[in-house]
Design a protein around this ligand. Structure first.
Ligand code: AQP
Length: 332
């Protein structure tokens, strides 16, 4: 079976609806057809200088959300990035294959470093996409399910795979992005031209998976729409309404065209009420399942320890081949 790998950063107490629709639901579906490996990328989270105790807590919470959403440890490898030392080791080798200008062109780096200023911008933020390439190539990954915002980083992973293979002989497959167009970019409810984001989102524009249902309903009710009344999917002219239709359709399974018909002549208020119901209905069992996992931290840690062991076995093989190919002397 082809291999799928993906990860998310433990940079918030809760994942948001963009993470869930753009990535996590795809991860769960791909378990049926792929050899799946999913990771909480805590080393990446160090780029935002988190409080140590908070980072530890969020790492567990993120893993609990993967499990609650349906990542099944019996079928997938689920682990924490820092538990497998080979990620950082392969990242060094790949960093030595990455051009400075190539890394400096990454738009996420440009955006985040512009916000943080020269003093606040670390080398870790700069080399973030190189570590991401290491995560992916270490498992000889074929498919990487991500949202649209990660497309450029994935392109770099592909370039590095090709470069390594052409310089040192075939070592890793060139990974493909798995980006599902309809849900590739969920927008901020309060600013529907920006993506829903853990770090940049306006407080009112983001729906966290673990939010209280009342908060979710309130945020959807106050979602920014346009001054018209027609419920129509038109991301250019009606980004707010189109975002609500996307969310409804993805969670309810109802095609967007059918929703347009259903809400014809009924105005935005009705749409918002129904979207709130659909979101609360989808997230309530998920929130309860997360609470279940967090109530048994030993069981959660056991799942992660077993996952790390399985991941390490694969990672060790790839890193050994790469070290050998680039000419590092075996330890004997
Ligand atoms: N708004 C979104 N719509 C669809 N998919 C999205 N993803 C993120 N936002 C949306 C996808 O979720 C995964 C999260 O990866 P990450 O933890 O590395 O975070 P990120 O891509 O930087 O996005 P976040 O979670 O919103 O954080 P910040 O605030 O740092 O931008 C990825 O697959 C991503 O594509």
């Amino acid at each position: 079976r082809p291999r799928v790998f993906s990860g998310m950063q433990p940079t918030a107490d809760s994942l948001h609806l963009g993470n869930y629709l753009g990535a996590l639901t795809q991860w769960v579906a791909l378990q049926d057809t792929h050899d799946a490996i999913y990771c909480v990328v805590d080393l990446h989270a160090l780029t935002v200088a988190p409080d140590p105790a908070v980072l530890r807590e969020r790492t567990r919470r993120t893993a609990a959300q993967y499990l609650a959403a349906g990542v099944d440890p019996a079928r997938s490898v689920l682990f924490v990035q820092s538990h497998v030392a080979e990620h950082a080791e392969l990242a060094w080798v790949l960093g030595c294959l990455t051009g400075y200008g190539e890394a400096a062109r990454m738009t996420q780096f440009k955006d985040k470093s512009a916000k943080q200023g020269a003093e606040g911008t670390t080398v870790g933020l700069f080399t973030y996409p190189v570590l991401m390439a290491a995560d992916i190539l270490l498992y000889r990954t074929n498919v990487v399910p991500v949202g649209e915002d990660q497309r450029q980083h994935l392109e770099l992973s592909r370039d590095l795979a090709q470069r390594m293979n052409s310089r040192y002989g075939p070592l890793v497959p060139v990974p493909e992005a798995h980006i599902v167009r309809e849900v590739a970019k969920i927008y901020d409810l309060a600013d529907p031209t920006s993506k829903m984001s853990k770090s940049n989102g306006s407080v009112n524009g983001i729906i966290e998976l673990l939010d209280d249902p009342k908060v979710i309903a309130k945020r959807i009710r106050s979602a920014v729409t346009d001054t018209g009344t027609e419920v129509r999917f038109d991301p250019e002219a009606k980004p707010g309404v189109s975002n609500l239709l996307t969310i409804h359709s993805a969670l309810s399974g109802t095609p967007v065209a059918e929703l347009e018909d259903r809400f014809a002549g009924r105005g935005y208020g009705h749409l918002k009420v129904e979207v709130a119901d659909v979101v609360v209905e989808a997230l309530t069992p998920l929130r309860e399942a997360v609470e279940g996992w967090l109530a048994q931290p030993e069981k959660l840690d056991d799942v992660l320890a077993e996952g790390a062991e399985r991941a390490r076995a694969i990672a060790r093989g790839t890193l050994g081949d790469v070290y050998d190919a680039v000419g590092l002397l075996p330890a004997g």
